[in-house]
Design a protein around this ligand. Structure first.
Ligand SMILES: Nc1ncnc2c1ncn2[C@@H]1O[C@H](COP(=O)(O)OP(=O)(O)OP(=O)(O)O)[C@@H](O)[C@H]1O
Ligand SMILES: [Mg+2]
Length: 287
């Protein structure tokens, strides 16, 4: 059982986890060692590359520009926070990077695949295997158990029932909820439901995990538990996480925070609170 409050937690890898995971997962675990202390973002290691992104929506005859001339990179294994006032375009940006929407112009590469050039059906297939989603209000199906909720994304992949079971149990184990596998969301606290949400996001071993205000509906203790867990995903499993948040305490847990205002990146802060005002691209920029 994982005690997520324990500061020295090392939930993986152990022999049991390694044996239960399919090859992709073992690779993720085995590659995790370098993530914690690797300097962020030499350009070759950028897993997300966004260049000159514009996004506008049409409302009647009016065109509303939501994101403009936005460039950023995210390193593999990085925990990145996105902050900014309501309406500044955070969710729009997250949705574009997660392949839920297409830019008006500009390019988005994730792990060297240009998702901004994909058709809708290609994008849907890419999302299934490459992105895990964590939502503010969990979006667990109330009639399904924790196990069944976590299993859902795997039903879209060509896996046997036994393979699915291994991955679901490992994911539930990692979030410390293996003993709640048969509980429905209504029988779990908000914090526990969000832990199920995290298990569901990582069960496919995605390239990228995106979280839109994942602690926005939680009390402070549950929020800390969720942030501990997200940190572990990055530092120990080398997962890349982009988290939108309004909470400065949540953002402090990320390695880097980008601030948006009116659809532009205006400030970049790293963990040591070194701030950089916009003027060039953010992150993983070689210049
Ligand atoms: N599908 C859409 N059609 C029209 N306008 C949209 C659409 N999606 C977003 N917008 C507009 O884009 C702007 C940015 O929205 P977005 O949801 O990205 O903001 P946000 O920074 O996530 O805000 P919040 O902190 O309130 O969640 C808003 O003005 C919003 O009305
Ligand atoms: Mg939003």
């Amino acid at each position: 059982m994982i005690d997520i409050n324990h500061p020295n937690i090392h939930p993986v890898p152990n022999a049991d986890h390694a044996n239960r995971y399919p090859p992709g997962y073992q690779t993720a675990f085995n590659n995790s060692a370098n993530s914690a202390n690797t300097p962020l973002s030499p350009v070759a290691e950028a897993i997300v590359r966004v260049q000159d992104l514009y996004k506008s929506f049409s409302r009647g005859n009016e065109e509303i520009v939501v994101l403009q001339k936005l460039s950023l990179n995210v390193a593999r294994g990085e925990f990145l926070a996105l902050m900014g006032p309501s309406g500044s375009g955070k969710t729009t940006l997250l949705n574009l990077i997660a392949g839920l929407d297409q830019p008006t112009s500009g390019s988005i590469f994730v792990a060297d695949e240009e998702i901004s050039a994909m058709s809708e059906s290609q994008l849907a297939r890419w999302r299934t295997r490459s992105v895990g989603f964590v939502f503010q209000f969990y979006y667990l199906l109330p009639v399904l158990t924790a196990y069944e909720n976590v299993e859902l994304p795997l039903l879209l992949l060509p896996l046997t029932k036994e393979q699915r079971k291994r991955q679901v149990l490992t994911a539930l184990d990692l979030v410390g909820l293996a003993n709640r596998r048969d509980h429905r969301p209504g029988q779990l606290s908000g914090g526990q439901q969000q832990r199920v949400g995290i298990a569901r996001a990582m069960v496919t071993d995605p390239t990228l995990i995106v979280a839109d205000e994942p602690t926005g509906d939680l009390d402070s203790k549950s929020a800390v538990e969720i942030l501990n867990m997200m940190e572990i995903l990055c530092t120990q499993l080398n997962k890349t996480i982009i988290m939108v948040t309004h909470d400065p305490h949540a953002a402090e847990r990320a390695q880097r925070t980008l601030h948006l205002e009116k659809g532009r990146l205006v400030l970049e802060q790293d963990k040591k609170q070194t701030a950089r005002v916009a003027g060039s691209d953010f992150g993983a920029i070689s210049s």
